[in-house]
Structures are given as structure tokens and as C-alpha cells.
Design a protein around this ligand. Structure first.
Ligand code: WTA
Length: 663
């Protein structure tokens, strides 16, 4: 989605430190990172053993490390530290407010309660043989037990790999197999929009795929509607490796000593999409991630004691990891966890929650804002939203219209909108405005966070742009010039891929995969991905993954997938398919192909448009020219560029006509 510099009027925001003070501090954090981060790490975290060295390693080898020699535990910092800091007060403080699919299904858990339950889960995991360093796959709905399961893993040093519960059995199997994860934690069902999703059935199915049957030793199953009766019959059929989680946890000791983890010990892995069909398991480590999660949450959202921080993302994505679980709890604040959708039971759900719980920070994706904006202003106007102070956005560029609606209608022109740019790989925000500090411009994520050295590169030469274009802007590759503590350390089992994807394209820089425009004030406007990744409703999807899901159907000989601009989703998935000889285009077949993507990846990746074509625009060497397909679906047919290198240039007109008929 394009950003509109003309609309980029500077909005004032409330002030605590000045922009100049931020700039000075940012400069120090770049010029002398070790002093900056050493101070931050000592102030923000409790260490069992102090670190010997602040940072080491290089982008070139991908051996960056932070806080060597230091020992700490993330669950200890998130829970025990909060309670210990102020025994009288903190122990009664609410750590987590949860609202289930139905608005009256609410749970509130204090820090003490969360600590006891996390310890019980940790002891249950130890009992099942889970040990430090083991990878535990978590496939769960958005219930408090999910956050507590993640924290329990960190308590004993197990490495969680949370797989979004919207992924299919096939996609889950792929992630279990890639991580060789012997323990899988799930729930019988999840609830969304008044419907139940049979997670345990999907898990059973996944265990029949690839080598999962022989890898997975235990399946630990939470019950979404557990009554507390351990003698009751479980609401699903149990197999030999299934264990009922609720009764197992209930009998455990509610204290478990935290494992003393090295700052660079593995904390979690999270699979994300890249340019090839195989998802990457990005690895985050303990000290740097925890520090970065804590600081960005506090500073980007201007957290204060007594705030109720609501990030409505799913824990299956990085946003849920950093800003539902780790960031808010490491700050000792109250985190809000949400199981349902923005439109259930109606489009006022978010605003109703803000009013009822007095939410102070609210964090969502542009796709949700655009969706709700469509319903008009009545819903937000109906509720008292005066508790709100900061409104966050993440996941894709926000168009100025949606920005304004968020700012004016939801925030009553009285809140700061923070546009936070970051990635699974960065661990936390890397470019974002800071409330009360950075002026806002609609559509701009503004200026880098402390310690982040942002660079705009010429895509061809790989050099930093020094000459502005005719608008005074610098448009090029979004890159980062020096390590920061929250960065992912490797791709699980494939360090070469990590180097190839992030550090080799532009030597000396971390390559984000995005293009950006930096304006005359140094403010950043993210334009979009420059690789074969598309962003559908804030979900990052590799086009190659969707292509292989389509080709898995016998009717498809070849497929090419591109993103198409979409008013609400940001991008929609558009697939071009060539059929195998003997198959014909019928409505049933198109339905089957959509079904194939649902089965291979998940419903959130279903193509909006499938174009059956006699051939694809290929070069003579057989490479599909996706650039041309992109232009066709974007309606930019007058700027197709050179098509003479195509093996069969006439296919272009055929496709233009066909897409025109379908859209
Ligand atoms: C995009 C999500 C514009 C970007 C946290 C990035 C954004 C990808 C923004 C990472 C933003 C994220 N403005 N684009 N504020 N935030 N993106 O790994 O293309 O799911 O590379 O992490 O989302 O997606 P991921």
C-alpha cells in the first residue's frame, strides 16, 4: 500500500522528554552501544550472575551475542521479580485479564496466581521428561494457559515453538518435524466467533503426517471447558501418548526453581515465512530478547503503573510473544489477552472491551482498523473510550485514511498513535514513534528505536543513499547497520540460510526484505516487501508456500502466486495456475484448489482469486516473471516493462483479459 507524503502533516503529541533529548540518547546508543545496553540490562533485568561482556560477534558471521556470561531466567524476571519488588502490592496485582470468545467469559489472574500455575505447569513438564534445551511445540487457542505454558517452558529452559492454531495439520506437522519436537501441547478445542475449532483432531491428523508419529512422544491436552473434575471423562478420545494437562498440572507443587539460563541460551523458536516454500524457524535467545521486549513495551507504549495493556494479536505470531506475554509481564503491568475476533458478537467488540476493562494501550493491525472503519463511526462513538492513551498499529503499512480514523474516531484526537515497524526476526520494535516524544505523521513509523541504526540502501549498489529524489526523499532498501539485543540469532538447523537471507544480500547490513521511503525529516514510510513474501491481513505469507500447496493438487501443473492490493486485507492472494492435461476449469475444481491451500497451510491463506491459464509468463530459461503478474493484478498494465524476453509474449494479453473478466 502506498503512503501519501502529501497527507503527512505533522501531528503534535504530548511531551515528556523532548525530541532533541531522544535524538541525543539515540545517538549515544548507536555510538557507544555497550555503555547504553549494559546500563539498560542492569536496570531492566535481574541477573543470577552478572554478564562479563556486553556484546560481541558480527553480521558477517552471524555470531552476534549479547551479555555473555550472564545468567538469568525470563519467567523469574516476568513473575518473581515483580512480586518480590513490592511484596505487599505486587502480589495482589493483576498480571493477566483474559476475555474469551463470549464477552462475559472473563478471567483475572494475579501475579501470584500466574507464578503458582506457571510453576505447576513447569513441574508437569519436568514430570513428562522435558529438560532444558528441548523443543516443545505449542498449538493452542488464546487462553491464559497458553501464556502460562510459554512461561513454564522458559522456567525450565525448554524452548517453545508456538504454532498459530489457524495452521492446518499439514503445516503443523511440517513444524513439528523440522524442530524434531518430542512434546506437543494443545487443547481439545479453541473458540472463535461462536464456533469451536477441533484442535485435538487437527493434532491427531498432523501426527499421521511426515515423520511426526515417530517423533512425538507425548501430547499434553488442555481442556477448554475443564470443570476441575479429574475423574470426568475427557471430551476427546485419548490415545496412548495423550495426557490430560489440567489434572496433571493440578497435582504439581506450585513452586519450581527457575533454571539459570545463559544469556545466549535458546529461549524460543518461531516459524515464519520466507521466499522459499520451507518456513524458517527463527531462534531467539534469553537475555537480549527479554531486555528488548521489556524496553520496547515500556518506551513505545509509554507504560505506567496501573495501565491495562491490550495487544489483541495471537500468541501464534511474534506480536503475541513480545507484546501479549513477555513485554507487559516483564514490566509488571497488566496484560490483556483476547480469544475472539473484532466482529464477534458485533463490530463494537473492541470498543466494548476498552470501556468495560478501561484499557489504556490498545494494539492491533491496520487490517482490523480498516475492517472496523467500514462499519462507520457509530460503534466506537457508542462507547466510553476515554481510558485510552496510546493506540498501536503493526504488521503492515497503515494507509493515512485508516490512521486518521484510528486517531480521530477511536482516539478522539487525544491519543498517540504509535506505528511500530518490526519483524519476527527483530524481536521487538525497530522503528516507531515514542508517545510524547516523536511527532506523528500518518503512515510513518517515524524514527528508529534506541540502539537501532537504520539505513536506506540503493538496491543495486548496496550503498547508503546520499542523494534525495526530486521530492527530497530517499527510497530504497530498509536495512539495519548494527546489532541490537532483540535480533534473532539463527534459523534453527540452517545457519547458512540465516546468513544468505539476512546478511549476504547487502554485506555489512541486516536486510529486512522491505522497501522504505525516508522523508526530509528522516521519517520512515515502509512501502512493502521486496521479496516473494506477501502480507495478508497482517499475516506474513510466502508466495512459494501457497504455490506448493496448489501444486500438491494433482490438477495443478504449475502455479504462480502474487499479492493484489485489497481495501481491508492490505493484500489479497492471487494465484495463477496451469492445469495438468486432462483437467478442466470448473467451479468444483476451483473450490478444491482453495481447499488444497486450506489443508496444506490454513484457511487464512486461501486465495481470493484463482486464474486458470494455458501458460505462465516465463523467460526462455523457464523462470516465471512474477513482476508481470503483479502488474497485471494491480491493473498497471501500461507499465509492464520489457516483455520481449518472454518465451511467449502473447500470454500477457490473454492474462490481462482473463483477470479483467474475473475482477
Ligand atoms: C511488515 C510482524 C509497515 C513488514 C511484527 C515486515 C510493517 C513484516 C509494519 C514483518 C509497520 C510490520 N509498517 N509494515 N508498522 N510492521 N510490517 O514477521 O513488511 O509477521 O517485514 O512481524 O510486516 O512481519 P512479521
Amino acid at each position: 500500500m502506498s503512503t501519501d507524503h502529501q497527507l503527512a502533516k505533522i501531528f503534535p503529541s504530548k511531551s515528556n522528554i523532548t525530541l532533541d533529548q531522544y535524538k541525543e540518547l539515540h545517538k549515544q546508543s548507536i555510538e557507544d552501544p555497550d555503555t547504553f545496553w549494559s546500563k539498560a540490562a542492569k536496570e531492566y533485568l535481574d541477573w543470577f550472575r552478572p554478564f562479563d561482556k556486553v556484546s560481541d560477534g558480527s553480521f558477517e558471521h552471524g555470531d552476534v551475542r549479547w551479555f555473555q556470561g550472564g545468567k538469568l531466567n525470563v519467567s523469574y524476571n516476568a513473575l518473581d521479580r515483580q512480586i518480590g519488588k513490592n511484596p505487599n502490592k505486587r502480589s495482589n496485582d493483576i498480571a493477566l485479564v483474559w476475555e474469551g470468545d463470549e464477552p462475559d467469559d472473563i478471567r483475572k489472574l494475579t501475579y501470584e496466581e500466574v507464578l503458582r500455575k506457571v510453576c505447576q505447569i513447569a513441574n508437569a513438564l519436568l514430570r513428562m521428561g522435558v529438560r532444558k534445551g528441548d523443543i516443545v511445540t505449542v498449538y493452542m487457542p488464546m487462553i491464559p494457559e497458553l501464556a502460562m505454558t510459554m512461561l513454564a517452558c522458559t522456567r525450565i529452559g525448554a524452548v517453545h515453538s508456538v504454532v498459530f492454531a489457524g495452521f492446518s495439520a499439514e503445516a503443523l506437522a511440517q513444524r513439528i518435524s523440522a524442530a524434531q519436537s518430542q512434546v506437543l501441547i494443545t487443547a481439545d478445542v479453541g473458540c472463535r466467533g461462536g464456533k469451536q475449532i477441533p484442535l485435538k483432531d487437527i493434532v491427531n491428523d498432523s501426527l499421521t503426517k511426515m515423520d511426526c508419529d515417530s517423533i512425538v512422544k507425548h501430547v499434553l491436552v488442555w481442556e477448554r471447558f475443564y470443570t476441575g473434575d479429574a475423574e470426568s471423562t475427557p471430551p476427546y478420545e485419548m490415545s496412548a501418548r495423550d495426557v490430560r494437562m489440567d489434572p496433571l498440572v493440578a497435582v504439581q507443587r506450585p513452586y519450581c526453581p527457575p533454571e539459570h539460563m545463559d544469556a545466549e541460551d535458546n529461549l524460543f523458536i518461531l516459524y515464519t515465512s520466507g521466499s522459499t516454500g520451507k518456513p524458517k524457524g527463527l531462534l531467539h535467545t534469553t537475555g537480549g530478547y527479554a531486555l528488548y521486549a521489556k524496553m520496547t513495551t515500556q518506551i513505545s507504549f509509554d507504560l505506567h503503573p496501573g495501565d491495562l495493556f491490550a495487544c489483541v494479536a495471537d500468541c501464534g505470531w511474534i506480536t503475541g510473544h513480545t507484546y501479549v506475554v513477555y513485554g507487559p509481564l516483564l514490566n509488571g503491568s497488566t496484560t490483556f489477552m483476547f480469544e475472539s475476533t473484532p466482529v464477534y458478537p458485533d463490530e463494537g467488540r473492541y470498543w466494548d472491551m476498552v470501556q468495560r476493562h478501561k484499557i489504556t494501550q490498545f494494539y492491533t493491525a491496520p487490517t482490523a482498523i480498516r475492517l472496523l472503519m467500514r462499519y462507520g463511526d457509530e460503534a466506537p462513538k457508542k462507547y466510553d473510550l476515554s481510558s485510552l492513551k496510546v493506540l498501536g498499529t503493526v504488521g503492515e503499512p497503515i494507509n493515512p485514511e485508516a490512521w486518521r480514523w484510528y486517531y480521530e474516531v477511536v482516539g478522539n484526537s487525544n491519543c498517540t498513535v504509535v506505528d511500530t515497524y518490526w519483524q519476527t526476526e527483530t524481536g521487538g520494535h525497530v522503528i516507531t514513534n515514542l508517545p510524547g516524544v516523536t511527532p506523528m505523521k500518518p503512515g510513518s513509523c517515524t524514527l528508529p528505536f534506541y540502539g537501532v541504526n537504520a539505513a536506506v540502501l540503493d538496491p543495486q549498489s548496496g550503498k547508503e543513499l546520499t542523494e534525495p529524489d526530486e521530492h527530497g526523499h530517499y527510497e530504497g532498501v530498509m536495512a539495519l547497520k548494527q546489532p541490537w539485543p532483540g535480533m534473532a540469532r539463527t534459523c534453527l538447523g540452517d545457519h547458512e540460510r540465516y546468513l544468505n537471507v539476512y546478511f549476504r544480500p547487502y554485506p555489512g547490513y541486516y536486510f529486512t526484505g522491505d522497501t522504505v521511503s525516508r522523508d526530509e525529516d528522516g521519517f520512515h514510510f515502509i512501502i512493502g516487501r521486496m521479496d516473494d513474501v506477501i502480507n495478508v491481513s497482517g499475516h506474513r505469507i510466502g508466495t512459494a508456500e501457497v504455490e506448493s500447496a496448489l501444486v500438491a493438487h494433482p490438477a495443478v501443473a504449475q502455479a504462480a502466486v502474487v499479492g493484489q492490493p485489497h481495501d481491508i486485507k492490505g493484500q489479497a492472494i492471487c494465484a495463477f495456475v496451469m492445469l495438468t492435461v486432462g483437467y478442466e476449469e470448473t467451479p468444483e475444481l476451483l473450490k478444491e484448489l482453495r481447499g488444497s491451500v486450506r489443508t496444506e497451510i490454513g484457511a487464512f491463506c486461501t486465495p481470493d482469486l484463482i486464474v486458470v491459464t494455458p501458460s505462465l509468463p516465463m523467460t526462455r530459461s523457464g523462470k516465471i516473471m512474477r513482476r508481470i503478474l503483479r502488474k497485471i493484478v494491480c491493473g498497471e498494465t501500461d507499465s509492464l516493462g520489457d516483455t520481449s524476453t518472454l518465451a511467449d509474449p502473447s500470454i500477457v494479453d490473454v492474462l490481462i483479459t482473463k483477470v479483467g473478466e474475473l475482477t
